[in-house]
Write a protein that binds this ligand. Structure first.
Ligand code: HEM
Length: 448
């Protein structure tokens, strides 16, 4: 952890606020992917998008009624004619793109790029637009403005669109409240959700500022391109809700036990109430109370995971102080998540698959693709070595294949669930760069 005492002042007017700010609740959103066939049109589009992109101090409600953000893939930067020495200054994993990293990330079998939705994972994905708003009218208004930036440019093609919205339950398709736990970022004005977590150094999430190591993270060059930018990972994750419900039913004697096993797998009850604070039964009031529902640590109270298993999704993804006497520095692996739900709910009580696509557009934001997103996905989702159960993967989102196990610490003896199938299938995704406004201006003005 850095010992620097001087608070960092982030250049918020230069940052895309839609990338850093938590989404509104409720929300509707649209993601659009674009291909640049002509670099001059690509630059013109960025120039026209500049006044539409949200910047400035993040507000709980966006001033124009919606946030719109623009991100670029490595192929997109190439298509814009970014000079080679600048392209080479991006980290190798970004240059390769998500599909090339599939095996490492555990995107194999059904989740492998060969089975991804077209055009995800292909070199045609150049630009991503993300719009989020509290309501459909304001979303449409901002999308219309964004479309006006490229519609008449023959060298730009819209190649994919995904609409998202908060389900009527306010929860994700598996039935759990999500988006509760977020880190605070020094200087961002965005409050974290856990008063026990010291705000993270701005350089963990924004390029050009010291990170938790006290160093400046490696930054794409020239500085005007890198500074105030960040990396954005998006993944379309299909959720097998019927299979999840069937698994719970097959492994529990009662409805109450189904709820308990589900909570043990997630680390929270469906209402969002954390097992660490209420291990026996759900407490919807606690789940709904932002001043309490993320206010906990693990080590002193629940080191061995009798309340919240070390292998549960949320504890894996953020072990908090669980490793305080070990070498793992959790603060180097924190993620900002900006995910949204897509597809309709599977009606309550249905356990047969209806064949409808539903899930999460998972979005990660951070300055370090490798030691944040890739580390967490490979070491903490796909593996169990760090918690002493090497063969176990994340029971909710891990690439399990029907032979997965999940340990629930209990007295006098632990319970071990067997035969976990895959509940989440990757439909595609990409590694993107979210440039600052200055960088967008620089890209728009390229003369190559
Ligand atoms: C369909 C896939 C997924 C579902 C349904 C899902 C669901 C959830 C839920 C219900 C929570 C608890 C709410 C909260 O603490 O905010 C949570 C927390 C979290 N998830 Fe996921 N998740 C998914 C995929 C992922 C992936 C792929 C990652 C990372 C690679 C991830 C990282 C996290 C993190 C960092 C937390 C917060 C943990 C904390 O701070 O306590 N999730 N997720």
């Amino acid at each position: 952890m850095s010992t620097g005492k001087t608070p960092v002042s982030l250049d918020l007017d230069d940052l895309q606020s839609g990338i850093l700010h938590p989404r509104p609740s409720p929300y509707v959103g649209t993601y659009v992917l674009l291909r640049i066939d002509d670099r001059r049109d690509g630059r013109e589009m960025l120039r026209r998008l500049l006044p539409v992109v949200s910047a400035g101090r993040p507000m709980p409600t966006p001033a124009p009624g919606a946030w719109i953000s623009v991100v670029l893939t490595y192929q997109g930067l190439k298509a814009l004619g970014v000079p080679q020495d600048s392209l080479d200054s991006f980290p190798p994993e970004f240059q390769q793109g998500m599909a090339a990293r599939a095996e490492l990330l555990g995107d194999i079998g059904e989740s492998s790029p060969a089975n991804w939705e077209t055009p995800l994972g292909s070199p045609e994905v150049h630009v991503g637009l993300a719009a989020l708003s509290p309501d459909a009218d304001r979303l449409e208004a901002v999308l219309t403005r964004a479309r006006a930036a490229y519609r008449e440019l023959p060298g730009i093609k819209a190649i994919w669109r995904q609409d998202c919205y908060q389900l009527p339950t306010g929860r994700t398709s598996f039935g759990f409240k999500d988006g509760i736990s977020h880190p605070a970022v020094e200087g961002s004005g965005i409050p974290g959700t856990n008063s026990k977590e010291v705000p993270l150094k701005a350089g963990e999430f924004v390029l050009g500022y010291p990170d938790e190591t006290g160093q400046l993270p490696p930054m794409p060059q020239p500085a005007v391109l890198g500074r105030n930018g960040t990396y954005v990972v998006f993944r379309k994750l299909h959720t097998r809700v019927a299979a999840f419900r069937q698994y719970l039913r097959a492994n529990a004697a009662t409805r109450e036990e189904e709820d308990l096993i589900a909570a043990k797998m997630v680390g929270r009850w469906r209402s969002g109430a954390p097992l660490a604070l209420c291990p026996v039964r759900d407490d919807p009031e606690l789940g709904a109370d932002p001043s309490r529902n993320n206010d906990f640590l693990y080590f002193d109270d629940d080191e061995r995971g009798f309340k919240c298993p070390a292998g549960s999704h949320a504890r894996r993804m953020n072990p908090r102080d669980a490793f305080k006497h070990e070498l793992v520095d959790v603060r180097l692996h924190r993620l900002i998540r900006r995910g949204t739900s897509y597809g309709p709910m599977l009606p309550e009580g249905v356990t047969e698959d209806d064949g409808v696509d539903r899930g999460i557009m998972f979005v990660f934001v951070g300055a370090h693709l490798k030691r944040q997103f890739e580390f967490v996905k490979t070491q903490w989702v796909n593996d169990g070595i760090f918690i002493g159960t090497p063969i176990e993967k994340d029971p909710l989102v891990g690439p399990t294949d029907g032979t997965g196990t999940f340990t629930i610490p209990e007295r006098p003896i632990r319970r071990r669930l067997q035969g976990l199938p895959r509940f989440v299938v990757t439909r595609g995704g990409e590694y993107c760069f979210g440039p600052s406004l200055s960088a967008l201006r620089w890209l728009a003005g390229l003369k190559t």
